[in-house]
Design a protein. Sequence first.
Length: 260
Amino acid sequence: MVILHGGGSSATQWMPFCGMNETADRHGFIAVYPNGTGKKIESYEIYGWNGGPRRPGGDKPEQLQVDDVGFIRAVIDDLATVVSVDPKRVYACGMSMGGIMVYRLASELSDRIASAASIAGPMGMETCNPRRPVPLLHIHGTEDPAVPFGGGKGPLDPSGTDYHSVQFSIDAWVEANGCDGEPVVERLPDTEDDGTSAVRKTHGNGRNGSEVVLIEIQGGGHTWPGREFGPELKKIVGPSSKDVSANELIWAFFEKHPMK
């Protein structure tokens, strides 16, 4: 599983942030954390991804020249020389700018990515053209102050990017995969008193058994559900749901959808 960090962050910071390596240890898969491109300011690593024009920073020429699709392909190839990799079970997930990049990988690297998952990161491109149906999971808080659920500019995002909405992204992949237009809607158990609840919307019956699933975190912020956030950070990014674990949801989705 390739895990892409958010914008202005790094692989080193992302490991304790999302804890996907802990999930990998429990379930027996390989967690890979690559770095995007960028710079260091003193000891702080500030890296990002070229997920398309509708990503933080928009059409910065220096960012648009970065071939992150080719880079991730090379990462997968290199990893296969070190450990045993099942080519039919290579997955990608990420959050925010990393999630936006995941959408591009699903479209342009569909020959290598079996299925994909994005947290708080809508599609950064205008269209998607995967060579094969790529099952997609999207998790997003309805009160996200950085990358708004309904699209547009987020008050927490200083770049002023006009983001696509979550629904735009879902609709694009429902069409690309040939899934049902109307989802099956299921409210997940609300077990924690944290101001959030979760709804799963599944567009099934896609080609090759693909589906597109949206986990809507009602009341959720710009967070990784299931991971703890301190009270000061919560004031900035909003609440992180304790009702669901994004890690477990993502891995269950990936196990269900190897490449066919």
